[in-house]
Design a binder for this molecule. Structure first.
Ligand code: PHE
Length: 346
């Protein structure tokens, strides 16, 4: 191998590489050319292998030529890369073009369950009269759910509350929120104004107006000199706030072992407004809650002296309130998780 030949080979390699670089269609091909020509096992190294066959004095010259060739190829590759970068970016932007004026996908917002919504409405209305929300356990004892409420074990009134018991003797799922009356009286000093919303359970066959699981909201007020007039005034205000100003209301005698006297509280039928229709059983009235003056025995069980303190309590079903308000005829809708029903509420 002689010097002139090796120099020619180097020149030829440079010319070929420059032509390839100039024609490279994309940066991946530029990378490929770089590996092929300048890489460790590339063609430039291949040519330089011939150096060993040259006389020692010629070798530096070949080295110098090889360096210029390498620099020229590197410059050509860099230039091509720079050119391609611009056009590739433009192509990519074109490929990934997005229409920023397209309207976004709406985010689905959940809604409050109608029972919860109704309890919120009830709490807000009574909140304006100074009632505070108090929590009371869902798993109760027989004592508090029945006996302290003046319902002894063999009392016929127990038939009203068919009960679900738990494995622990003496424990049950509360059948109403009324045991909360006892707990509130034990926990607070009069004047007491408390609201007890919560889940209740009864061993019932499910139909359009009965569920084995439902909500109640209990209210209790105890103070010196609290009277039936206070109860009537408060419930009238509640009915107006809940169902609209000008609604007629009425109190009928009722019976609960833990209140004396006991009443049922009705509002004018929300469907027919009075004359009577199928929704109100042709009576013109709808019953919205049960209430009464707290029985002296119950006050005493709550640790209060009935000679000094009087009070009233009331209990209502938020589902029933919603049903009356919106003309819903089947209680089961509240537990079936059918979005078409549930989404209609706020
Ligand atoms: N606890 C009664 C029921 O479940 C309702 C009620 C509450 C009645 C408070 C009077 C006083 O039907």
């Amino acid at each position: 191998m002689e010097l002139a030949q090796l120099t020619r080979d180097l020149d030829a390699l440079r010319d070929e590489a420059l032509a390839q670089a100039a024609a490279a269609p994309d940066s991946a091909s530029v990378d490929a050319i770089e590996t092929d020509v300048l890489g460790k096992k590339g063609r430039l190294t291949g040519v330089l292998r011939g150096i060993g066959a040259l006389p020692v004095e010629d070798r530096p010259r070949v080295g110098a030529v090889a360096n210029t060739v390498r620099a020229a190829i590197e410059a050509a590759l860099a230039e091509r890369r720079a050119n391609l970068r611009g056009s590739e970016l433009a192509a990519r932007l074109e490929r990934e073009r997005i229409d920023v004026t397209t309207p976004g996908r709406p985010i689905r917002r959940g809604t409050l369950h109608p029972s919860i919504e109704a309890m919120g409405d009830i709490a807000r209305i009574f909140g304006q009269f100074g009632f505070v929300v108090h929590e009371s356990p869902e798993i109760e004892d027989d004592q508090t759910n029945f006996q302290m409420l003046n319902i002894p074990p063999d009392h016929p009134a127990r038939d009203l509350w068919d009960t679900l018991y738990v494995d622990v003797p003496g424990r049950l799922l509360r059948t109403h929120t009324s045991p909360g009356q006892i707990r509130v009286m034990q926990a607070m000093e009069p004047p007491i104004r408390a609201l007890l919303p919560g889940r209740c359970f009864r061993y019932e066959a499910v139909d359009a107006s009965h569920g084995f699981e439902f909500f109640q909201v209990e209210g209790i007020m105890v103070d010196e000199g609290t009277t039936m007039a206070d109860l009537k005034g408060l419930l009238d205000e509640f009915a107006r706030a809940m169902f609209g100003a000008g609604r007629k209301t009425r109190f009928r005698p009722g019976y609960y072992p833990f209140t004396e006297p006991s009443v049922a509280f009705d509002v004018e039928c929300l469907v027919c407004g009075g004359p009577g229709c199928p929704a109100c059983g042709r009576s013109g009235w709808m019953t919205i809650l049960g209430a009464g003056m707290i029985h002296p025995v119950v006050l005493r069980h709550g640790g209060l002296d009935p000679e000094r303190y009087q009070g009233f309590a009331f209990g209502m079903g938020p589902e029933r309130i919603k049903m009356l308000k919106h003309g819903i005829t089947d209680l089961r809708l509240f537990m079936e998780n059918d979005l078409r029903f549930l989404e209609q509420f706020a």
